[in-house]
Design a protein around this ligand. Structure first.
Ligand code: FES
Length: 515
């Protein structure tokens, strides 16, 4: 394996078929702009185009390439079904607010469709139905209840005994007018339009969190961006240590692409397991290629991430004739404490805006948030601004400590791993493997690459000091506290950390390190 920096989802199917996408240069100097956007995913690009349409001068930067974070790892199911279920949404936030949120997500799909048509973006966008199904007869009552709550939210839904899946189900709720697309073709299409109209995009440009001021300053390796307003559209909060570390929790969801014997129907599908499985036709040119996702868990808190892919493969083989597994990847998402994203000005900062906590429905929430942030920069607010305010008080007292409790669990999860590992011989680490080691009382994250070269790292996450965990599926160091992820050699890839893991000079390790 070669180490790819700044692209965490390189096995994602969406990277195939991207011929002709140009490399966009990195920032090499200091630039001035009205609005700077950190993050080239769906939120950042939506905001960039909206603000450009308002006449703003906009600069967008990304630490990797356009869509190289979770936007390039999504299942690309574009739907308005509440991720936590309609009942939970209404119970937590009331019917009126839940309807407003649902309407905003519906408008987000309309917005995507409008731009696809207006800019002629060839990205496989199509309106398709969605099906929330159960394979369990004893859960049909819950399914009927969900149908009723979805109807209350204003969705056009129907109960149906079947949904064209190539295996039997007990029933489903069908919703019309949902959608699917190829996310990286869509985002690169938006990026091309933005640049054609005078916008500036700098890829492979890792920034430090913005410094509040007039202007705000974003420091990068090769230059600075001086901006009147800054939008942090990095999915997780990229502000150093911030209040959002206590408001959103990181999760990892897994995806496999399989070729099956028969054609798969063109719709969006998910079941009622916990965590749920989701499926869609992956590529309209290959009607027997299916995307299957699920096996979610808190980032950095599964002992063997390989097991997640194995579970998905079993799920597929138990239900369909699988000819081959084409590729496998995962994506990270962030769950907010009260079940709704945070969108708006960062508390205590007057010119810095953020959007985070999109759950597993980031394409609609990201589009919605990009539009909302652009409106707020222009001085316009609506009812959603207060519902999704970054300084809102959670309606559920019990949720106040939910992430801090998670963080304690996360701390112990990795610390306990160290206790069990008393390796004295680094040579037992196989090629392409990482391991947490206590050597002469010193905690070390050790990785040996495919050529046998050993990398020794300080396992202390550079964000807030938790210990990282070795992810044996994607060969990354993952932080269980707030979802930071690092390449095997310690380079920062994703999440709240701003710096790489610190290297340890093998010569500093007492005793012989044999390579
Ligand atoms: Fe926060 Fe690692 S991501 S401590």
């Amino acid at each position: 394996m070669s180490i790819m920096h700044n692209v965490i989802t390189h096995n994602s199917y969406w990277y195939s078929g991207l011929d002709g996408v140009p490399d966009r240069p990195g920032l090499q100097s200091t630039v001035n702009t009205e609005v700077a956007i950190i993050g080239g995913g769906i939120t950042g690009l939506t905001a960039a185009l909206c603000l450009q349409n308002e006449g703003k001068d906009v600069v967008l930067i990304d630490a990797g390439s356009i869509g190289s974070g979770t936007s390039g790892a999504t299942s690309a199911q574009i739907n308005v079904h509440p991720d936590q279920g309609a009942k939970a949404l209404i119970d937590k936030h009331g019917l009126e607010h839940s309807k407003l949120i649902t309407q905003a997500r519906r408008e987000a799909i309309d917005q995507i469709e409008k731009w696809v048509k207006k800019f002629k973006i060839d990205c496989e966008f199509a309106r398709v139905p969605s099906f929330s199904y159960t394979e369990h007869r004893n859960r049909l009552g819950d399914l009927k209840q969900e149908f009723e709550h979805l109807s209350e939210l204003g969705l056009k839904v129907a109960l149906t005994p079947q949904c064209d899946l190539p295996f039997p189900i007990q029933g489903a709720v069908r919703a019309e007018n949902q959608a699917r697309f190829h996310p990286l073709k869509y985002l690169n299409g938006l990026a091309d339009i933005f640049i054609e109209r005078g916008g500036r995009i700098y890829e492979n440009t890792r920034a430090q969190p913005p410094r509040q001021g007039k202007p705000c300053i974003i420091q990068t390796a090769e230059g600075e961006i001086l901006a009147d307003d800054v939008l942090v559209c990095t999915h997780s909060a990229y502000l150093g240590i911030s209040i959002f570390d206590l408001k959103v929790a990181p999760y990892q969801s897994y995806i496999i692409a399989v070729r099956i014997e028969q054609d798969f129907p063109d719709g969006l599908y998910w079941d009622d397991d916990d965590p749920y499985h989701y499926m869609r036709l992956l590529d309209p040119q290959n009607p027997n290629l299916v995307l299957i996702g699920g096996a979610d868990h808190k980032t950095g808190q599964l002992e063997h991430e390989q097991d997640a892919w194995a579970k998905l493969e079993s799920y597929a083989r138990d239900r369909m004739k699988v000819l081959e597994v084409v590729t496998r990847w995962s994506g990270e998402y962030f769950e907010p404490d009260d079940g709704l994203p945070y969108v708006g000005k960062v508390p205590t900062m007057s010119n810095v805006y953020i959007a985070t906590g999109f759950l597993g429905t980031g394409l609609t929430f990201g589009t919605m948030a990009g539009h909302m942030l652009s409106e707020q920069v222009m001085g316009r607010t609506g009812p959603l601004s207060s519902i999704l305010s970054t300084s809102r008080v959670s309606p559920i007292a019990a949720s106040v400590n939910f992430v801090s409790e998670n963080t304690n669990v996360a701390w112990h999860f990795v610390t306990d791993r160290f206790k069990g590992e008393k390796l004295e011989q680094f040579e037992t680490i196989a090629n392409n493997c990482g391991q947490l080691i206590v050597h002469d009382g010193k905690q070390i994250a050790a990785y040996r690459d495919d050529m046998g070269q050993l990398f020794l790292l300080n396992p202390t996450c550079t964000h807030a000091g938790c210990h990282v965990h070795w992810n044996d599926a994607e060969r990354t160091w993952d932080c269980p506290c707030h979802g930071g992820r690092y390449a095997p050699d310690g380079k920062r890839l994703y999440g709240p950390p701003t710096k790489d893991l610190a290297s340890i000079d093998p010569n500093q390790i007492r005793g012989e390190v044999r390579e």
